[in-house]
Design a protein around this ligand. Structure first.
Ligand code: NDP
Length: 296
């Protein structure tokens, strides 16, 4: 497994399993399958409601704890004006996961309209890092303005910014900002899940069915998903594809035996549509998105 080195020297497997929308009763099997198939990085979140099952799968798998890179996220409802709520958010996640430390803990969203809360939450992550409770800290869905405000007011540069990144929505301005500040770009929906999730409206076009993607896949004898993961990895990003199906979990990690050409990478870059699939980060508020994260 290829690893990426975070800005504090911690090594992170470049590819991990995502578990957003993985129902709790399917999470143990998916994570165990992934670990059996060679994954050593799992991306969950307090808001996904399946940290407990991720932890159970880690224990059931027999893979040594320290061989697996566990990433989770603090939901906005656990940001506070002091930082106690966020410290408690760590306690809840760690207890559900059954872990005494977490490898990468990130803020799930900025709260742009209440940025002091975001800063307080991030300072709690800095404290957890200083105390050795987490090995690295970062953010998700932070735009350049949010990052600028964060960098101005805090001490530790985030190790990671987890963002919607697939060929139809690449956020190149944010990616370049991150790279310039030694923040690693991590792609959510790396195979474009948000362009085709069931139940997300009828007008979405799956990037996996784009003719440019399928042509490149055919040329390599690989699947469209494998091509998109390769595109992310070759451009230096971490990718965390989600599946609950063993054969797809296997397919999604089988991406280290081929290379896209410069022309193929450019053809994928050219698919940008400017259309975001996920929530507009600037509009995330507690009123619209807040919900209580249960105690452990
Ligand atoms: P992905 O790009 O990983 O796509 C997931 C979708 O693709 C699912 O519907 C899955 O269905 C399907 N799929 C998986 N593998 C294949 C394959 N090989 N061929 C065809 N279809 C496939 O989307 P996600 O949005 O789930 O992103 C990945 C992870 O990123 C999440 O699980 C989560 O951990 C994280 N994330 C973070 C967000 C944030 O705000 N920070 C937001 C969204 C996601 P099936 O399971 O049936 O195989």
């Amino acid at each position: 497994m290829q690893t990426l080195t975070l800005n504090n020297g911690v090594a992170m497997p470049a590819l991990g399993l995502g578990v957003f929308q993985t129902p709790p009763d399917e999470t143990i099997a998916a994570v165990k399958d992934a670990l059996e198939l060679g994954y050593r990085h799992i991306d969950t979140a307090a808001a996904y409601g399946n940290e407990r099952e991720v932890g159970q799968a880690l224990r059931d798998s027999g893979v040594p704890r320290d061989d697996v890179f566990v990433e989770t996220k603090i939901w906005i409802s656990d940001y506070g004006y002091g930082y106690d709520e966020t410290l408690h958010g760590f306690d809840k996640s760690a207890a559900k996961l059954g872990l005494d430390h977490i490898d990468l803990l990130i803020l799930h969203q900025a709260l742009p309209s209440d940025f002091d809360r975001t800063l307080a939450a991030y300072r709690a992550l800095e404290k957890l890092l200083a105390d050795g409770k987490v090995r690295a800290i970062g953010v998700s869905n932070f735009m350049t303005d949010h990052l600028t405000r964060l960098l101005d007011a805090t001490d530790v540069v985030p190790a990671v910014n987890q963002l919607e990144i697939h060929p139809y929505f690449q956020q190149r301005t944010v990616l370049d900002f991150d790279t310039a500040h030694h923040i690693l770009n991590q792609a959510w929906s790396p195979i474009g899940g948000v362009t085709f999730y069931p139940g997300y409206g009828d007008h979405r076009t799956s990037v996996l069915q784009d003719p440019a993607v399928t042509a490149i896949a055919d040329a390599h004898g690989k699947s469209p998903a494998q091509v998109l993961l390769r595109w992310g990895l070759q451009q230096g990003r971490s990718v965390i594809p989600k599946s609950t199906k063993r054969h797809r979990i296997a397919e999604n990690i089988d991406v280290f035996d081929f290379d896209l050409t410069t022309a193929e990478l450019a053809a994928l870059d050219a698919l940008e549509t400017g259309r975001r699939g996920g929530p507009e980060p600037e509009n995330v508020t507690l009123a619209a998105y807040g919900r209580a994260i249960p105690e452990a």
